[in-house]
Design a protein around this ligand. Structure first.
Ligand code: FES
Ligand SMILES: [Fe+2]
Length: 471
């Protein structure tokens, strides 16, 4: 895709400087992060996995689910991260809290359902009970415990708490009670995403895939688009992933995938084929009035003209945001990728014990219609084990276009094969292109965390890795 052609859309809008999300075009340059190979050991080693637990998972902000899921007192949601299970629940005072989901008697998993409404959490083993604010309600037959002869130490037996905060209509938590606030953690690029008004979005469907690869392979795969041409040939028919703009912001990063165009690596970029018409929302007949590669430019003009009439937040957005995919990854494991009307959130989770497995959570989100109540009903959340036969289209039903479900199946198919390949004695380490700089930055950030170079109570300035060239 010609860079000049795309710069046109930002130059045309004199309001670009007013928007909270700065456009990617013209491109900023990123500081060099080196050219050395990336070792494969970090994807294989149990020791590295333990370091990640100690220095990353226990210190970073993690996404749970939508605030709207906690409709009333007693609404709860259980979330698994590595070896831990967490219980989030709205108390009678309206506050949403988070706890380690562990019975304080003999350590059984306390709440064994994923979600629901309860006024008391009762351990199925011996029947100890907790209230929705995490305080101990009662011990079963306390007279059997000499330790409680002078009374049950209620304060000592409350459920251990984690830090809970809210951003973008999502519940977030951090195991580190002293962590900086989530808003500060997300930094300046959190501000960019506020233009999408995520509080007004509904979670339509969430499905989990168990993949036979380390969690970092999944992050890596979704943080570059260099693989589109080979692994996802459909994707370059209706979007551009080749040599796209990428920016690194502190410990986080973002990239721009162009929608409603045809990749510059495709020979015929003019014809409106059935696939292109379907994915670009156009008629195949030619009423689109321009080459297939230019549909995005027409759509930008059209959407800009509607900004004062629509409930979609066009008025907040620079021209790129009106049609293209703004793809943000917050360290370590949450990706937001969206247009004004909807998108997806990816969450990558490590397996409890096996570095060669991970969980990939795929949340489909959509802007709510004006005046509609928040949507809480959705298909059951299932874990689909991808052993080569997982049916991605069936997993999402009618909530996801089958073309995209097929793309996801292609990504899933890669997990076991890359995990196996890097374990080879012959493998000398990964060679990363400039289009894979988000991977280099991600792994550098992992190394910085493990080495204790990142103070998660007071984060680095968000422009640490970014140098913006003046247009
Ligand atoms: S382990 Fe929970 S009540 Fe005994
Ligand atoms: Fe992919």
């Amino acid at each position: 895709m010609g860079q000049v052609e795309l710069e046109f859309m930002n130059r045309e809008n004199p309001r670009t400087g007013e928007f909270k999300a700065p456009p990617f075009m013209p491109r900023a340059t990123t500081k060099g992060l080196g050219l050395e190979r990336l070792d494969g050991e970090r994807y294989l080693s149990a020791e590295f996995m333990k370091s990640e637990w100690d220095h990353i998972w226990t210190k970073t902000w993690q996404l749970v689910t939508r605030v709207d899921d906690f409709e009333e007192a007693g609404s709860f949601h259980v979330h698994q991260l590595g070896k831990e299970s967490f219980l989030f629940v709205r108390g009678d005072d309206g506050e949403i809290r988070g706890f380690y989901n562990v019975c304080q008697h003999r350590g059984n998993r306390l709440c064994q359902a994923e979600s629901g409404i309860l006024d008391t959490f009762t351990c199925p083993f011996h029947g100890w009970q907790w209230n929705t604010d995490g305080s101990l309600k009662q011990v079963a037959a306390p007279e059997l415990f000499q330790q409680f002869a002078n009374g049950v130490p209620v304060a000592e037996l409350g459920l251990p708490e984690v830090k809970v905060e809210f951003w973008g209509g999502w519940v977030w938590f951090n195991m580190d009670i002293k962590a900086c606030p989530v808003r500060e953690y997300l930094g300046e690029i959190g501000t960019h995403l506020e233009t999408y008004e995520f509080e007004e979005w509904d979670l339509i469907n969430v499905q989990t895939f168990e993949w036979a690869g380390n969690w970092k392979h999944a992050v890596d795969a979704f943080n570059e688009s260099y693989h589109f041409a080979a692994l996802h040939p459909d994707m370059i028919e209706f979007g551009e992933g080749h040599d796209i703009p990428i920016e690194l912001w502190g410990i986080h990063s973002r990239m721009l995938n162009f929608n409603r165009t045809v990749s510059e690596v495709v020979e015929d970029r003019e014809t409106m084929t059935p696939l292109r018409a379907h994915m670009m929302g156009r008629n195949q007949g030619g009423e689109h009035g321009c080459a297939a590669k230019d549909v995005h430019l027409l759509e930008i003009r059209h959407r800009r003209s509607l900004e004062n009439e629509t409930h979609l937040p066009f008025r907040n957005m620079n021209d790129e945001q009106l049609v293209h995919q703004y793809h943000y990854t917050f360290f370590p494991n949450t990706t937001f990728t969206q247009t004004p009307e909807g998108g997806a959130v990816f969450r990558y989770r490590p397996h409890a014990t096996d570095p060669a497995k991970c969980y990939y959570d795929f949340f489909i989100v959509s802007r709510r219609q004006p005046g509609a109540a928040p949507r809480r009903k959705r298909p059951p959340h299932l874990i689909h084990v991808d052993d080569g036969s997982a049916d991605y289209a069936a997993a999402f039903g009618d909530t996801f276009d089958p073309v995209f479900a097929n793309v996801l199946a292609q990504d899933g198919s890669n997990m076991a094969t890359i995990q196996a390949g890097i374990a080879s004695d012959s493998f000398k380490g990964m060679i990363l292109s400039d289009q894979e700089i988000r991977l280099r930055h991600f792994h550098k950030t992992i190394d910085d965390f493990i080495a204790g170079r990142v103070d998660t109570h007071h984060l680095l300035p968000s422009d640490y890795y970014l140098e913006r060239k003046q247009p």
